[in-house]
Design a protein around this ligand. Structure first.
Ligand SMILES: [Zn+2]
Length: 289
């Protein structure tokens, strides 16, 4: 009898409650490098602590360059994303939707639902649906549209529905209309800053070619690899912004003064609504109270 009970436990897993010792995090960006910029430090912290992280680029990035494009660029960027994931110990998947043409269609919504379910996700990260770039905007809409549907068994029937709705967080951004980003959770990433830079450094086509070209600074990119990485760290320093200081103080107390680099997240109104005690379990990087 006891044996049968144990077997049932083994097959079914814990009957109630959640395993916070091995969290499963998924982040969606529109392009291969978006998640890295917004949450690379957080992902590195989860991975270093033994949790499981997956980054998903909803488009293949095939428009993100000034002299390359199409399949050749998509292949190059997929390889860059995989190298970026390898450098911090996470999975990285690039979906094969065209860059610059993303729309919040049912087809892509199903892709997102499938990803969240198959990862058996505890926490989802995504952009807010306010942004200068239509692909970013629609990635935000798509994840928002998936946030309830991941629990509905009759939708996307080839991937079992989640019984427990994940917590959905937004990446930080600078947009203020209709409302500014609210820094509910701010995580110090000083201990992972080098890893974050190493991750960004893997996106050569973006960090050293496309983005400087857009900014008109292509001639300032150093040629020598070490100098180039140092330049990148200065360009993308992920500073703890003044408007995050109050939230940082809430989570870090007296340690706030030593925080230089940080990433911030907003708890969306969709999905499970965690209380403070659960946030501390889902984001287990804050000093004890
Ligand atoms: Zn992007």
């Amino acid at each position: 009898m006891v044996l049968i009970f144990l077997l049932v436990l083994l097959v079914a897993g814990p009957v109630s409650g959640q395993d916070y010792s091995r969290l499963r995090i998924i982040a969606f960006g529109a392009h291969p490098d978006d998640c890295d910029s917004k949450a690379g430090g957080l992902a590195a912290k989860y991975a270093a602590a033994g949790h499981l992280v997956k980054f998903v680029s909803v488009t293949n990035g095939d428009a993100g360059h000034y002299e390359q494009g199409g399949g050749v660029l998509a292949k190059r960027r997929r390889a860059e994303a995989q190298e970026a994931g390898r450098r911090i110990g996470i999975e990285y998947e690039v979906l094969d939707n065209h860059d610059g043409e993303l729309l919040p269609t049912l087809e892509v919504r199903r892709q997102i639902i499938r990803e969240i379910r198959q990862w058996r996700t505890d926490v989802v990260l995504a952009p807010r649906p306010n942004d200068y770039h239509p692909d970013h905007r629609y990635t935000g809409v798509l994840v928002q549209d998936a946030s309830f549907m991941v629990t509905v068994p009759n939708v996307v029937t080839d991937a079992p529905a989640l019984r427990k709705n994940p917590v959905f967080l937004y990446f930080s951004d600078r947009f203020t209309r209709p409302q500014p980003f609210r820094p509910d959770i701010v995580v110090a990433i000083d201990d992972m800053f080098e890893k974050k830079v190493a991750m960004l450094d893997a996106h050569v086509s973006q960090m050293y070619e496309w983005l400087p070209w857009l900014d008109g600074t292509l001639d300032q990119v150093p040629k020598e690899p070490a100098a180039r990485t140092k330049w990148l760290a200065e360009q993308r320093s992920s500073p703890a912004l003044p408007e995050w200081k109050q939230a940082l103080g809430k989570w870090y107390g007296a340690q706030v003064a030593s925080v230089q680099h940080a990433e911030a997240f907003e708890i969306t109104e969709y999905g499970r609504q965690p209380d403070e005690a659960e946030i501390r379990k889902l984001v287990p990087f804050f000093p004890a109270q």
